[in-house]
Design a protein around this ligand. Structure first.
Ligand code: GAL
Length: 673
């Protein structure tokens, strides 16, 4: 981030999206009283209010927003004021029909829901700047406004746009990137299937084609889309900055986002904000939550961040919307806090009676304040008040996991060696291994300075640039331990296989290359013989390959399948460091011995804690805050001395955390035990 600045709220921020335009005035008054009761000090307003703020093009009505901001301020509640550009009014579509988005299949995306218009159409761009400027001009000095919330979740529900406006902008983007058609033809490898372009006007967006389209073109289109979305954000931020000085943010979706390269986005916002929702089919969704929180903190480069949205209970948009059980919301919220969030917010304050989201939970549910959920909301508000000393403290990590959106975009294109190899699945498995071992991680790009980390893990670095590979090699030579999963180091930034073959750029660091992929059939299982220390058989599936050794030692080999007898896991000493390579799909359990051996090389000694006890530490000035979350059905014990800020209880070296409970222990700076 270029300019880090935190909204002016006392202590930790607590609140949620507030959409009072859906309610009569007496409900507003009840709302602010209930907010006070719950300890709410920050609400996001105006996110979907364009039609109410500008009822006809160029005609504004700010009276209700004036009244709302005054009311909030009178009650000591700060506002995170949104630009409403994610939901253009009906008049916008009527007045500018050619600014509508066209999807990949050529279908026009109409009004009646929400989602931006064409990111590349001047009418949409101008309308966004106009409403943002008007809001900033009017409310820059309003004492309630402590932050600006630009748009909502860029990239969803609208990301890629195939409209004529977008295609015209795309051609300009390509001209700037490649300079000449020769450059473009070269980068996209258009000699393949005779796709060579002779005129810029012939270059289209990668819309529907007879069969698989050009992968380099598709990857560039993702880059273009991300650039266009960021340009939309920057235009609105600049409009706000003409008048206002408060921090400006927009809400990301970390591991759940697709279109936005958050490493780049985080450079543009004054403070990072993230939304996270549990995915009900995942029985261990709290692990995905931790991943998302760590990823958010990492793109924020370790600075405190805002959990802008999560849910008090069920969402409404999954197949089966599972309600959170008592205590779960607290565990979720405080896990985010443990992993660096200094603001805990929800979607939304009061459940909507009408519209698409009426079955979504809220801080004030349809059942009203006399409800379990509201009681837990009030209790959480009390906890956050007690946790104010945590504000500004930081999380430190000895290990880093490589996470590159460009590699995600490229890897998940069509016609890969196996449908069973997925970026997010591998990311989760490797992260979960570290989570279960209680090793706190940051995320990083392959090109980042990694020298502070003892261990760097690459679960899915399919696209790896020469620069990235050289940086990783230097990292190993300088004494680092690198652990790389299969299907990494395959293509360069143009989606072209690296000269020298698969994994060639990491040959020096890992001491191996890959001659041929040997993917398994659907459902086919296999095992590898682990021959380091105690010999064991580890279940494996999905993938084998023909690994060529260039100095690495074989640590495990396949005992069945097309790769029988060939290396499955290797270890290579290079310079002062070690490069590990995993050439098959190992699940979280099978990964355990691999990680254990890599920890030993890296000099990491994981805390051996009870299964399902999640512990993460925030480091303050001379004191630590240990956040311990017990996900198990039984109490857990932690060897820890200090004061639990949630209960006031003093632990003398043996802290019991009840089943499903949380403790936040303040103690002098130091190690866990
Ligand atoms: C978010 C969105 C909110 C609300 C929420 C429901 O993605 O930003 O406006 O729709 O989902 O879970």
């Amino acid at each position: 981030m270029t300019n880090f600045s935190w909204p002016q709220v006392d202590g930790l921020a607590y609140g949620g999206d507030y959409n009072p335009e859906q309610w009569p005035r007496e409900t507003w008054r009840e709302d602010v009283a209930l907010m006070r009761e719950a300890g709410v000090n920050l609400v996001s307003v105006g996110i979907f209010s364009w039609a109410m703020l500008e009822p006809r093009e160029g005609e504004y009505d700010f009276s209700w927003m004036d009244e709302l901001l005054d009311l909030l301020h009178e009650h000591g509640i700060a506002a995170d004021l949104a630009t409403p550009t994610v939901a253009p009014p009906a008049w916008f579509y009527a007045n500018h029909p050619d600014a509508r988005v066209i999807d990949k299949d050529g279908l026009v995306v109409g009004p009646g829901s929400r989602g931006m218009a064409s990111h590349s159409h001047p009418a949409y761009q101008e309308a966004c700047v106009r409403i943002s400027r008007r809001l900033a001009e009017r409310y820059a000095d309003h004492p309630a406004v402590v932050m600006w919330h630009v748009h909502n979740e860029y990239g969803v529900p609208v990301g890629e746009d195939y409209s004529p406006a977008a295609v015209a902008a795309w051609r300009e983007w390509l001209k700037a990137r490649y300079g000449s058609l020769d450059g473009l033809n070269q980068a996209w490898g258009t000699m393949f299937w005779g796709q060579v372009y002779g005129e810029w006007e012939h270059v289209g967006a990668p819309a529907k084609t007879a069969t698989t389209g050009n992968p380099a073109q598709q990857l560039d289109f993702m880059r273009f889309t991300d650039d266009q979305l960021r340009a939309c954000f920057s235009r609105e931020k600049a409009a706000i900055r003409e008048f206002a000085t408060q921090p400006v943010t927009t809400n990301f979706m970390a591991h759940q986002s697709w279109n936005c390269d958050l490493w780049k986005w985080a450079e543009l916002v004054d403070v990072v904000a993230d939304d996270h929702y549990l995915w009900a089919p995942d029985p261990e969704a709290h692990v995905a939550l931790a991943l998302s929180a760590d990823l958010t903190r990492s793109v924020a480069r370790g600075r405190p961040w805002i959990l802008m949205e999560h849910s008090t209970s069920a969402v409404n948009w999954q197949g089966r919307n599972v309600a959170k059980r008592p205590g779960e919301m607290r565990r979720n919220a405080l896990t985010h806090l443990g992993r660096g969030a200094d603001a805990i917010m929800f979607f939304q304050w009061r459940a909507s009676r009408s519209g698409a989201e009426k079955f979504h939970s809220a801080m004030v549910p349809h059942a009203g304040p006399r409800s379990r959920v509201f009681r837990e909301v009030v209790e959480l508000g009390g906890h956050l008040a007690d946790l104010a000393p945590v504000k500004g403290s930081e999380v430190r990590a000895e290990a880093a996991v490589l996470y590159d959106w460009e590699s995600l975009w490229a890897q998940d294109l069509e016609w890969r060696p196996s449908d069973d190899v997925q970026f997010r699945e591998r990311m989760r498995a490797f992260y979960e291994r570290l989570w279960r071992d209680n090793v706190t991680v940051d995320f990083a790009l392959p090109t980042h300075d990694l020298s502070a980390y003892k261990l760097v893990v690459a679960p899915a670095s399919y696209l790896l640039t020469k620069d990235g590979a050289e940086n990783l090699t230097r990292y190993v030579e300088g004494g680092g331990t690198l652990l790389v999963n299969f299907f990494s180091g395959i293509v360069d930034e143009n989606e072209a296989v690296h000269a020298g073959g698969f994994l060639a750029p990491l040959k020096d660091a890992l001491g191996v290359t890959v001659e041929e992929f040997l993917p398994l059939r659907e459902g086919e299982g296999a095992s590898v013989r682990w021959a380091r220390g105690e010999e064991t058989l580890l279940p494996a599936d999905v993938w084998q390959e023909d690994i060529q050794l260039h100095g690495a030692e074989v640590v495990a080999e396949h005992i069945s399948g097309p790769g029988a007898g060939k290396p499955a896991v290797t270890r290579h000493e290079r310079g002062a460091g070690v490069g590990w390579y995993v050439g098959t799909r190992l699940d979280v359990r099978s990964l355990a011995p691999v990680f254990e051996a890599a920890y030993a090389d890296a000099g990491i000694v994981p805390d051996r804690l009870p299964e399902d006890l999640e512990v993460v530490t925030r480091h303050g000035d001379g004191e630590d805050f240990v956040v311990a979350v017990n996900h198990a059905d039984a109490p857990a014990r932690l060897p820890l001395a200090g004061t639990d800020l949630l209960t006031g209880a003093v632990a003398d070296g043996d802290l019991e955390i009840p089943a499903g409970g949380v403790a936040v222990v303040r103690r002098p700076g130091g190690a866990i035990a």
